[in-house]
Write a protein that binds this ligand. Structure first.
Ligand code: PLP
Length: 400
């Protein structure tokens, strides 16, 4: 953070503004690559975390592929220069038409429902290989909203339905080239991945045409100083060993994928906001800023913790503030935070805002969405301009 010209960016382009650190993304990507260098492992950037085309191009240059959850994300990835084979389309509850469009783009397709598998087989038979998303029913992840592997989850085809899956595959002659699981976010425990691997390996024996196994994501990042994170080096060592063992037992060079989103971009992003008012009430000192949950919804939606720093007064004495936004309902970025003394006009940086920040931003309260800036190779560029009133009206149809 010290090496980023955050104040200069806030001065030049105004606030609120998202700033992304390309070097940090690269560092995170390399950390994963090194951790898994013991086997043939590829990383598909789960781009729903942050899809600005410049970020996609950055990950292309680093050697990542893409995990896309909508046909629009597939199209953005293609526009960013990814070739179809580098793109995995992992939709949930989309229309069959969207899957047909994905076929026309020739990307990898991940199917997570038996009726869709049937329909797909009926339409394409053995002419288009598919990946099957399995729900291994491992309860994992930071909280219920971001956990996808549990019994009530809408994701994936249950491991208990595998006999049915094999019937469909056989009768429609479907070529299954991949198996996939993604059990949720913020998984701390390497054992969860190892258990998942055991389950998929066990199933993999019955898919003769298998070429790859995709273990999804779930790598946890630190939100607070000294927070526990997924120990990727330990995980990489253990999993690579299993991968290689499995390749030996099945006599094939299977490829392995992971789909990190948050791990690659969360820590690389900052939301810079300006303090409009310092408001002392009977119980609290509020720092009221020029943004809100319309721009970063995670604290209100997931109860996520984001560090906040006063970058205008880094040496000021520490005082306690509750940092709130300007949206007209409860809109808190952080309760009882120790910040260097805040004056009206100071710029505050909200950390860990790279993933699911801008992407979940809205125009609630009819506020324009922020600008985005990308810092890389010692320079910074505006990569999305701030919205205006015109943008809010765009698409609206006035009737007489
Ligand atoms: C959201 C998602 C990911 C990324 O999850 P993170 O917690 O951001 O790493 C990976 N795979 C799939 C299928 C997803 O839906």
């Amino acid at each position: 953070m010290q090496n980023l010209p955050l104040l200069e960016i806030a001065q030049q382009y105004g606030t609120p503004i998202y700033v992304y650190d390309g070097e940090k993304m690269k560092e995170n990507f390399n950390r994963l690559s090194n951790a898994f260098s013991g086997a043939k492992v590829n990383f598909l950037y789960a781009c729903k975390a942050l899809t600005n085309i410049n970020i996609l191009r950055h990950f292309k240059s680093l050697g990542a592929g893409i995990d896309a959850v909508s046909i629009e994300e597939v199209q953005l990835a293609l526009q960013a220069g990814f070739v179809p084979d580098e793109i995995m389309f992992t939709p949930n509850c989309v229309s069959f038409k969207e899957i047909q469009t994905a076929v026309s783009f020739k990307v990898k397709i991940n199917i997570d429902n038996i009726s869709v598998l049937e329909h797909f087989g009926h339409e394409y038979g053995n002419t288009y290989p598919v990946c099957i998303r399995i729900n291994p029913h491992i309860l994992a992840g930071g909280n219920y909203h971001i956990s996808t592997g549990h019994i009530d989850s809408k994701f994936g085809i249950s491991i208990y339905q595998l006999r049915h899956v094999h019937r469909v595959i056989q009768s429609e002659q479907i070529k299954v080239s991949g198996l996939h699981m993604h059990t949720g976010s913020d998984i701390l425990d390497a054992d969860v991945f190892l258990r998942g691997a055991d389950i998929l390996f066990d199933l993999a024996k019955d898919f003769k045409e298998l070429e790859f196994i995709d273990f999804g994501s779930g790598f946890k990042v630190a939100y607070k100083p000294n927070d526990n994170t997924t120990d990727v080096d330990d995980l990489g060592k253990k999993l690579c060993q299993r991968f290689n063992e499995f390749n030996q037992t099945c006599g094939k060079e299977l490829q392995y994928f992971f789909e990190p989103g948050k791990f690659l971009v969360s820590e690389a992003g900052y939301l810079l906001v300006r303090c409009n008012v310092v408001k002392q009430t009977t119980s609290t000192v509020f720092a009221g800023v020029d943004s809100g949950f319309n721009h970063l919804i995670r604290p209100m939606f997931y109860n996520s913790y984001h560090q906040i720093k006063n970058i205008s007064n880094p040496n000021g004495k520490m005082r306690i503030y509750t940092v709130v936004g300007n949206i007209c309902e409860t809109d808190t970025f952080g309760w009882d935070r120790k910040l260097n003394e805040v004056h009206e006009g100071d710029v505050l940086a909200i950390l860990n805002a790279g993933a699911y920040g801008y992407m979940m931003a809205s125009n609630y309260n009819s506020r324009p969405r922020p600008a985005e800036v990308f810092v890389n190779n010692g320079k910074f560029d505006l990569i999305r301009r701030r919205e205006t009133l015109e943008d809010l009206l765009r698409g609206q149809v006035v009737v007489d």
